[in-house]
Design a protein. Structure first.
Length: 292
């Protein structure tokens, strides 16, 4: 694809948006990148999801470095999570390549991506309004424990302070969350999402990490899992687009994590998942032949 100056600036602007949103919510950015590449640039879903994976390399690297400086990554949980996410990422990339070879009239990847976005976004918005009085940057423990947890290799206590002086204390439960991490890697690689839309709910709901730590740890997990998906789908990635998108991504993904402690997460999350629903509905309409 030949990129003119106006398109280059447009791609850099898109990268700024993706780089700001992604580390904020611990996602790779595919929820924004894929629909925009399809709807604005007319790319096939296979090419768009693959190109999104290329952009996610820069999203996760910039975001992870920023979170390391902020001391918000749970490295112990993160490295264990990676052990399961990486095989899922490889499997998802292989399945995506297989689907690309099928001679079908309807784009299965586009439908799968849109349905996945709709489902996850609806669940996340519902969870936001069911949860009252919680904060991602407050001391937290295990609300279901009812007392001291037994110490084992699958359950352990975590306590540390980030760069801003916020203390975190919680119980991490590795099963079944670590197993489900495989699913996150699979979905992320197949649909160009990066996996964060699956990783963050697993890290918070199943493993027990506070939201502020879960988003940082998810970004760190994507940094290691995503390159395997990129390797599998390398030939489908449009690297010229990745180059310009990554310029904006690196700028915003480096800066935004420094100010996340000031953001009211509930309303930002609500806005983001609402956009995800609108984008997914638009993609489904496009598959159905309805052009708006």
């Amino acid at each position: 694809m030949h990129i003119e100056l106006l398109n280059a600036l447009e791609l850099i602007g898109l990268g700024l948006l993706v780089g700001a949103v992604s580390p904020t919510f611990g996602i790779g950015g595919g929820l924004l990148t894929v629909p925009l590449l399809i709807l604005i640039y007319g790319m096939s879903t296979s090419a768009a999801t693959a190109t999104s994976l290329g952009v996610i390399i820069f999203v996760s690297l910039s975001g992870s470095l920023a979170y390391i400086r902020e001391r918000r990554i749970d490295f112990r949980v993160g490295f264990l999570f990676i052990l399961f996410a990486v095989p899922g990422s490889v499997a998802g990339g292989l399945v995506s390549n297989w689907l690309k070879t099928l001679n079908v009239r309807i784009d299965l990847l586009q439908i799968a991506f849109a349905v996945t976005m709709l489902t996850i976004a609806a669940l996340r918005i519902g969870a936001l309004f069911r949860t009252k009085g919680t904060s991602a940057s407050a001391r937290t423990g295990d609300p279901d424990s009812g007392g001291p947890q037994p110490q084992s290799r699958l359950i352990f206590e975590r306590a540390f302070m980030d760069r801003r002086g916020v203390e975190f204390a919680y119980t991490a439960r590795l099963f079944p969350g670590m197993i489900v991490a495989f699913v996150g890697g699979f979905v992320g690689a197949m649909l160009g999402l990066g996996g964060g839309v699956i990783y963050v709910p697993i890290l918070t709901a199943l493993i027990g990490l506070p939201a502020g730590i879960a988003t940082a740890t998810s970004t760190f997990t994507i940094l290691f899992a995503n390159p395997f998906a990129v390797a599998v789908r390398f030939a489908s990635i449009q690297w010229d687009l990745v180059l310009f998108l990554s310029i904006g991504v690196v700028i915003s993904a480096t800066i935004v994590p420094r100010y996340l402690h000031r953001i009211k997460a509930k309303w930002l999350l609500t806005g983001f998942w609402t956009l995800a629903i609108l984008a997914s509905v638009r993609l489904l309409l496009k598959v159905a032949g309805v052009h708006l």
